[in-house]
Design a protein around this ligand. Structure first.
Ligand code: ADP
Ligand code: MG
Length: 249
């Protein structure tokens, strides 16, 4: 059995767990990475990467430090421009869109290892930031922020500044912020990398439950065994290339 191609013999997370699959023609975006390369001076961070992610799929990206994982996520999410190849989201090349920032805002949510919340803003105000960018009126922003706080289990923490929250809570706020505009693709780069194991397990549960409820396509860089177990598929980067599929023992 290959670990990089999904065959019908490989059950999805929802099949294993008896949860309904995302709606037909689901909410999640399709991602196609075609022969993408990215170099930084002499360093070839990505060397002809091809990757297809189907709507609603959860793909785990692994590989050693420096193998190109973050670069791949950044290129998929429109934060970094590839030198060659292309990235299609729902069949549209993101790097040719006239308004890349709108594409990012409407399609893609990012969660990083560091929460990158604004220190001087409350949890709720942090969650509202992307909604301001999207032109959502104030009252609707507020309502959506409360909904998201509830969704990530932080109803009581909306007025807290990041400094008053635990690491796990801050990361939950970061997830809520990433989801504010209902992205169809969530990219998470070592989202639990700065958390201890129990908190980390809770954050993983949260991401997986969001994915099951919303059918969001997810590409996650993680070393977490739970993510590995529950991902539909794992791809491993080695020196900027996707390693050939390895038989699972
Ligand atoms: P990973 O996330 O797997 O640890 P990265 O994608 O961050 O790897 O980096 C891949 C390679 O590209 C590394 O050798 C890294 O040093 C290099 N690299 C990444 N970003 C930059 C940058 N902005 N400038 C220079 N080199 C970079
Ligand atoms: Mg990285």
């Amino acid at each position: 059995m290959s670990s990089t191609t999904r065959s019908s013999a490989v059950p999805t997370v929802s099949e294993i767990e008896g949860r309904p699959d995302p709606p037909v023609g689901g909410f999640g975006a399709a991602v196609e990475v075609r022969n993408v390369s990215r170099r930084f001076g002499p360093v070839e961070a990505l060397r002809g990467v091809d990757l297809d992610v189907t709507p609603g799929e959860l793909v785990l990206v692994t590989g050693r430090s420096g193998s190109g994982k973050s670069t791949l996520l950044n290129v998929i999410g429109g934060l970094d421009e590839p030198d060659g190849g292309e990235v299609l989201i729902d069949r549209k090349p993101i790097w040719r869109k006239a308004d890349l920032s709108a594409a990012r805002r409407d399609l893609v949510g990012f969660v990083f290892q560091q929460h990158l919340l604004m220190d001087e803003l409350s949890a709720r105000a942090n969650i509202e930031v992307p909604l301001i960018g999207a032109g959502v009126p104030r009252s609707a922003r507020r309502a959506r922020a409360f909904e998201l706080l509830a969704e990530v289990g932080l109803n009581e923490r909306g007025d807290h500044l990041p400094s008053m929250l635990s690491g796990g809570e801050r990361q939950r706020v970061a997830v809520a912020r990433a989801l504010a505009n209902r992205p169809r693709l969530l990219l998470a780069d070592e989202p639990t990398g700065a958390l201890e194991s129990v908190t980390s397990a809770r954050l993983i549960e949260l991401l997986l439950s969001l994915r099951n409820r919303h059918g969001t396509t997810m590409v996650i860089v993680s070393y977490d065994r739970e993510v590995r177990k529950r991902a539909d598929r794992t791809v491993t980067l080695v020196d900027g290339r996707i390693a050939p599929a390895r038989a699972r023992g």
